[in-house]
Design a protein around this ligand. Structure first.
Ligand SMILES: [Zn+2]
Length: 224
């Protein structure tokens, strides 16, 4: 009977919802991701690059592959690469990471590691030094991770990158069914991708895709 005390606990302990931090984050799309075929068999793609302002820190998510577009977008915000505190990579596809060459002195963060020169440091949960929640969202790529941001303007924004993405000119999905059925020719694990999509749709008011326009979660839209 060493564990008789357990009988006193309720069968299910309801999960305590963690309130968003009192200081709301700001989020801005610096470059909207694009993807289309070019001439001579060339494919032209660079991802959405996002700036998050969180507790005085500037976090750049996925610098993309086009250095001119990123440099112009940073300059528009009166920022230089040196003003960025954290460079975060959602996953290791070149259209998302090639521009880390603009940040040679920065540590590079991904969903589980901080890379500084030849040093690697593992972490789990929140992005180190912040309250930003990192959630694993594999499927498109095994290491793909998303960031949850609490904003005043949009509520909960999930920077989901290639959990959802569209080629240029394609109609973006309007319903949960369409979003779940969205075909990703580059996905390496369709089952994992579906679970990741469910996860993102369960928590976000707005979603930022890797290529295409930021969109409102259709499940939240119905509740309004
Ligand atoms: Zn991509």
């Amino acid at each position: 009977m060493a564990h008789a005390w357990r009988a006193c606990l309720p069968a299910r302990v309801s999960r305590v919802r963690v309130p968003p931090p009192p200081l709301m984050d700001k989020i801005k799309i610096l470059v909207e991701g694009y993807a289309h075929s070019g001439k001579g068999g060339i494919y032209i793609a660079s991802c959405t690059t996002i700036l998050i302002e969180h507790k005085g820190k500037k976090i750049l998510v996925d610098p993309g592959a086009n250095p001119d577009k990123l440099s112009r977008a940073l300059a528009k915000e009166k920022l230089a690469p040196g003003d960025i505190n954290i460079v975060f990579l959602s996953h290791y596809h070149p259209d998302h990471f090639l521009n880390i060459r603009l940040f040679p002195k920065h540590s590079i963060y991904d969903g589980t590691m901080i890379w500084k020169s030849d040093e690697e440091l593992q972490f789990s949960g929140k992005l180190p030094g912040t309250d930003l929640e990192i959630i694993p969202t594999p499927g498109h790529a095994p290491e793909q991770a998303s960031i949850v941001v609490h904003t005043k303007q949009y509520g909960v924004v999930c920077v989901a990158q290639d959990v959802f993405w569209w080629e240029d000119g394609k109609q973006q999905s309007q319903t949960k069914e369409q979003l779940m059925a969205l075909v990703d020719p580059f996905a390496i694990d369709g089952d994992a991708l579906r679970l990741s999509r469910e996860k993102v749709l369960s928590l976000a008011d707005w979603i930022i895709p890797g290529h295409g326009e930021m969109f409102q979660n259709p499940l939240r839209r119905m509740k309004l």
